[in-house]
Design a protein around this ligand. Structure first.
Ligand code: AMP
Ligand code: GLY
Length: 452
């Protein structure tokens, strides 16, 4: 329990600070007042990491979840309620705002917070086009000379269907917009490609056909402030619902960091090669990027290729990489949010913790389809030492029970000296937490452990 208790004490301190200062928080009082928009495992990881910083006084979150309520203040309005957010930033003297989910970034909540004059980690709506338009991302990669799969865009599915004979199979079919990890189909035959083009989301709007690449995937998140690019600890995630990469695509079933395929000491070089040119290209277009830019990468026989960019922290990558970010994370976020990242890291060089982290996601029945919700979660108080429950989709009822409220329910996050150790612990934790219909992959990080 030692780690957990240490964590709880930090939470306690923040909670007490917050109570003392709220609602009468005043400008200039010591400590950062933070606002996190979102309420999944990624936002839990962000708040959890902020909570471990001496520089932080308070953390407010909307909409939050049944775990965040323990150590942050959950706000009673939606994360896209522009009027209430603006009021809140002023009334509660918020210093730092962090926008978690892609939909809120794409809606321009980064811009909304920035208008309030605070430090904001969250790309502008325009800059986040790299995530919400795959066609735009592809154009930018070509312009910036970033290696990616050969591609062709079409105005709609009918036009793409006409080009299928020319493309041949196998072929990747991608819908242009945000699709929660569900917009990509690897079609092994032309019939499968036709079927993908006839089903949502590819059957409406712009479609991309792409050359299938083969290799191993890694996720590289970087802090981007104009031209300054600072790599975060690389991670790997697991997108398919079932063991052995079977089943449908999901938001992510687990993750781990570090990884042998993209070691920590190579992260900055790869970020310079595959993320910095995009930051520069955006700047040239008059769209400076300020936030987290995440590249989904594949290591092919011919070297690294970029599969996609996301304009935010990954989920579940944040859960394993943020605990590995050394130093005062809140000050780092503040520097990024104020456009002072370069000078901050010049005096406070980025350090990664040597500890390994593994995240195993406990999912609700039927995920990634519409999940069954409302079941009670037990065993959260029985986690082994060094194991954390990062809440994803939970809520509390009036009696304080924790209930399932969505698909990716609880991230069991464990640390160890090695990935193997962290993995064993995470699985020990995953077994102790129970709810009706719970399922999880049993092979998160297995390959990494076998090669290590
Ligand atoms: P994306 O949303 O573009 O990252 O695609 C989601 C997932 O689809 C990726 O993580 C890959 O597993 C797979 N994928 C996307 N593009 C390709 C490609 N060109 N070749 C092989 N797999 C791909
Ligand atoms: N783990 C994939 C994502 O965050 O998009």
């Amino acid at each position: 329990m030692r780690d957990m208790l240490r964590g709880e004490r930090v939470y306690q301190k923040i909670w007490e600070n917050r109570k003392q200062r709220s609602p009468g928080r005043s400008p200039g009082a010591p400590g950062l007042n933070c606002l996190v928009l979102g309420g999944g495992g990624r936002e839990y990881a962000i708040a959890w990491r902020l909570a471990r910083c001496d520089s932080v006084a308070t953390i407010d979150v909307t909409p939050g979840n049944g775990g965040l309520v323990l150590f942050t203040r959950l706000l009673d309005f939606r994360p896209d309620d522009v009027g209430r957010i603006e009021e809140h930033v002023t009334a509660s003297h918020i210093d730092l705002g962090i926008v978690g989910p892609d939909e809120l970034i794409a809606k321009g909540m980064g811009d909304v917070l920035r208008r309030s004059g605070i430090a904001v980690v969250g790309a502008s709506r325009e800059a986040s086009r790299v995530e919400w338009s795959k066609k735009f991302a592809k154009e930018l990669m070509d312009e910036a000379g970033v290696p990616t799969a050969r591609w062709e865009a079409f105005a709609d599915a009918a036009n793409a269907a006409q080009a299928l004979d020319r493309w041949g199979a196998p072929v990747i079919v991608k819908a242009d917009g945000l699709a929660a990890g569900k917009g990509v189909t690897l079609a092994r035959t032309l019939d499968e490609a036709r079927e993908a083009l006839a089903t949502p989301p590819a059957n409406s709007g712009v479609v991309i056909l792409e050359e299938p690449l083969e290799g191993e995937e890694a996720s590289l998140q970087a802090l981007v402030d104009g031209e300054t690019v600072v790599a975060l600890p690389p991670a790997r995630d697991f997108k398919r619902a079932h063991d052995g990469d079977a089943g449908p695509n999901t938001g992510g079933m687990g993750a781990f960091s570090p990884t042998a395929i993209l070691p920590d000491d190579g992260a900055q070089d790869i970020a310079n090669e595959l993320i910095a040119p995009i930051a520069k290209a955006l700047l040239r277009r008059g769209v400076p990027y300020r936030g987290v830019l995440y590249a989904g990468l594949m290591r092919t026989r011919d070297g690294w290729r970029v599969l996609e960019y996301n304009a935010r922290f990954g989920d579940p990558e944040a859960e394993v990489s943020l605990p590995r970010v050394g130093g005062d994370f809140a000050r780092l976020m503040q520097a990024l949010g104020e456009g002072k990242l370069a000078s901050y890291v010049a005096t406070n060089p980025m350090r990664f913790s040597q500890r390994a982290f593994v995240d195993v996601v406990l999912c609700a029945e039927n995920y990634p389809g519409p999940p069954k919700t409302g079941m009670r979660i037990d065993g959260l108080d029985r986690l082994p030492d060094g194991v954390y429950a990062f809440h994803g989709a939970t809520r509390r009822d009036a009696a304080g029970n924790v209930l399932v409220s969505g698909g990716r329910v609880i991230h069991i996050v464990a640390s160890g000296e090695t990935v193997a150790q962290a993995r064993d612990l995470a699985y020990a934790g995953a077994e102790r937490v129970s709810f009706e219909g719970k399922f999880y992959r049993s092979d998160i990080a297995r390959q990494e452990v076998a090669v290590a």
